[in-house]
Design a protein around this ligand. Structure first.
Ligand code: NAD
Length: 357
């Protein structure tokens, strides 16, 4: 089993280092190969996703990814910005299904900004379509407005689009995931306004009727879903939605768990090859300070063991170790609360490695 390790930028390097220590403590004989990606690759090779990095990612069974991006690259042309690396990996590897579990650990109930009774026992799974929608739709660009009240003025535009097969395959993923959990899917759309999402709703309804009548399906507009996620988050089981709505809702859901530093993710293609990364970005505001929470990355490594490497028992070990560490009261600053012990990134990694033993 070969794992491509792509730490990236900012806190990416710090958190991936801790996840690697945890993986290496498992005693498995995986082969690891490191490569630059994002801003780091732009510095070393002139491109955020160099050919060599893409080749390594394609050949690997799984990819452990940190995060990319830094404000200092904001003035680069779009194709050279660090964030293009993650979009390029998703597209090139066909990683269309993004799993973002939002689980509120008992020990972190107090770290969420929501009332404890709303989030205690929370366990929802956001299934986000990852290779379509407005993030990839063509055409896009800037031009002189061809019509309307501001004809002739400079304008920018993107294209929201979804094909039937793209919606069908993500719907199958969501319904199958629901069968292993609470047996309920909430499909989030904006069918009242957008043609693309009326089509989304129609196709999800068809897939449900043809194959998954045993699973409960509800449809919800994205604005309502954003509200319900903070009003009564435990009403959700599996949420399936498009790329852009999923991006926003999963960040919202992260705060239910206490911190975005707790939220892992897996992005899979139809060959079980996957890219595993924390749901957060490179956090330039805290990079280099040794305070980033490595748990989302460590939990992403656990998802990698379960989904791509057939090592479910090792994934269980890591998740149990994380729970033990939280129960012992150790907290990075983002999840710290009165009465717990504040530690940095490396000390949190030390504690998880020790708990594994
Ligand atoms: P961010 O997720 O990097 O940070 C948002 C806030 O959360 C910051 O205050 C940060 O300090 C905090 N935070 C994030 N991860 C944390 C952790 N592990 N521990 C403690 N606190 C944590 O989002 P942003 O600030 O909007 O973006 C920063 C850069 O990351 C941008 O360049 C953006 O494009 C990029 N980004 C990359 C990815 C990715 O690599 N997949 C995803 C999102 C954003």
């Amino acid at each position: 089993m070969k794992i491509a390790v792509l730490p990236g930028d900012g806190i990416g390097k710090e958190i991936v280092a801790q996840a690697m220590r945890v993986l290496q403590a498992l005693g498995e004989s995986f082969e690891y190969e490191w490569a630059d990606v994002g801003g780091a690759a732009y510095e070393s090779a002139g491109h955020p996703l160099p050919e060599a990095t893409l080749k390594l990612a394609k050949e690997a069974d799984a990819i452990l990814f940190g995060a990319v991006g830094d404000w200092k690259y904001d003035t680069l042309e779009r194709a050279l910005r660090p964030e293009q690396a993650i979009l390029g990996l998703r597209k090139n590897l066909g990683l269309f299904a993004n799993f973002r579990p939002a689980i509120c650990y008992e020990e972190l109930v107090g770290a969420s900004s929501l009332k404890p009774e709303l989030i205690a026992g929370l366990d929802i799974l956001i299934v986000r379509e990852l290779t379509g929608d407005i993030y990839f739709g063509q055409p896009r660009g800037r031009r002189s407005s061809p019509d309307g009240a501001f004809a002739g003025a400079e304008e920018a535009f993107d294209t929201m689009r979804y094909s039937r097969p793209e919606i069908e395959r993500i719907a199958h993923v969501a319904f199958q995931a629901a069968r292993k959990r609470g047996n309920k899917v909430t499909s989030v759309d904006k069918a009242n306004v957008l043609e693309t999402f009326q089509f989304w709703k129609d196709v999800v309804t068809e897939v449900h009727a043809a194959h998954y009548a045993d699973v409960t399906l509800e449809h919800m507009y994205v604005d309502n879903a954003a509200m319900q996620l903070v009003k009564a988050p435990k009403k959700f089981d599996v949420v399936v939605t498009g790329n852009m709505f999923g991006d926003i809702l999963s960040d919202e859901a992260s705060m239910l768990t206490g911190s975005i530093g707790m939220l892992p993710s897996a992005s899979l293609n139809d060959r079980k090859q996957g890219l595993y990364e924390p749901s957060h970005g490179s956090a330039p505001d805290i990079a280099g300070k040794g305070v980033a929470n490595p748990l989302a990355t460590i939990l992403s490594a656990a998802m990698m063991l379960r989904f791509s490497l057939d090592r479910a028992e090792q994934a269980d070990r890591i998740e149990a170790a994380v729970k033990m560490v939280l129960a012992s009261g150790l907290r990075t600053p983002d999840i710290w609360s009165e009465g717990t012990t504040k530690v940095g990134t490396e000390a949190m990694g030390d504690a998880v490695v020790a708990a594994l033993a």
